[in-house]
Design a protein around this ligand. Structure first.
Ligand SMILES: [Cu+2]
Length: 239
């Protein structure tokens, strides 16, 4: 008897909760951000030494993980719509190439700004939920704490042989700011997708050539190397 009343009570509570959610103040939509990788006009595949590096040798990519965050979406009506939750991408894994931004005002948009990395509030040890992904992206406390903004790893093949590289980017001063003019729309009734392509070759040129042999092939301990990557990174999503 007591249990029956309990269940009936729960149904009442659920009904009340559902009623509340059925009356949103404004209809909102979902934007799926889909990110892929490219390397100029090369056929992009992971784990293959067939990519052309701006320094004149070939290279492969075995790992590509990064955060995008601090989104500002420019609505056609002049509004600047913010989405603050960081999105994690691992392009080597098919399930983590797309992330969803929920609860956006519907309509047409003319541009999107965001960071590759995390802003200074989020880039603190323990600031992100403890997931396997976030834990793997941790930046050592002895080096300032927070998280890796990006891990781009692979091998390169030059006259002297095949060598490894790891472009690890982190620290607040190396946050990469992206500003894109793109038209896309958000609908309250259907899912819309915005596709972005990261041209990896752009990490290694413009304004400065990044050569694994003369710059660091492991960037993490070198502020000079990471500063170069940060500056080169502004145009990685330019088509
Ligand atoms: Cu690292």
């Amino acid at each position: 008897m007591k249990a029956g009343l309990g269940i009936a009570g729960m149904f009442l509570l659920l009904a009340a909760a559902c009623k509340k959610e059925a009356k949103p103040s404004e209809q909102t939509g979902n934007l799926v951000l889909h990110v892929s990788a490219s390397n100029d006009s090369d056929r992009f595949v992971f784990d293959s030494l067939g990519l052309n590096h701006p320094a004149g040798y070939t290279y492969s990519v075995t790992r590509l993980q990064f955060y995008l965050s601090g989104f500002q979406l420019h609505h056609q009506d002049g509004r600047n719509v913010k989405y603050n939750s960081p999105l994690y991408f691992d392009l080597h894994t098919s399930t983590t190439k797309s992330c969803s931004m929920p609860a956006l005002p519907p309509g047409n948009y003319t541009g999107i700004d965001f960071y590759v990395g995390l802003d200074s509030l989020q880039n603190k040890t323990g600031a992100l939920p403890v997931t396997v992904e976030n834990t793997n992206m941790a930046w050592p406390d002895g080096m300032g704490g927070g998280y890796h903004f990006m891990k781009l790893e692979g091998n390169f093949k030059d006259k002297s042989g095949t060598h490894g590289f790891a472009m690890h980017l982190g620290k607040n001063k190396h946050l990469v700011s992206i500003k894109l003019l793109r038209t896309f729309s958000v609908s309250a009734t259907s899912n819309n997708t915005l596709a972005l392509r990261m041209n990896l070759a752009e990490w290694f040129r413009n304004p400065s050539l990044y050569d694994f042999n003369t710059d660091a092939n492991y960037s993490m301990g070198s502020d000079a190397a990471m500063f170069k990557l940060k500056n080169n990174g502004q145009d990685i999503f330019n088509e």
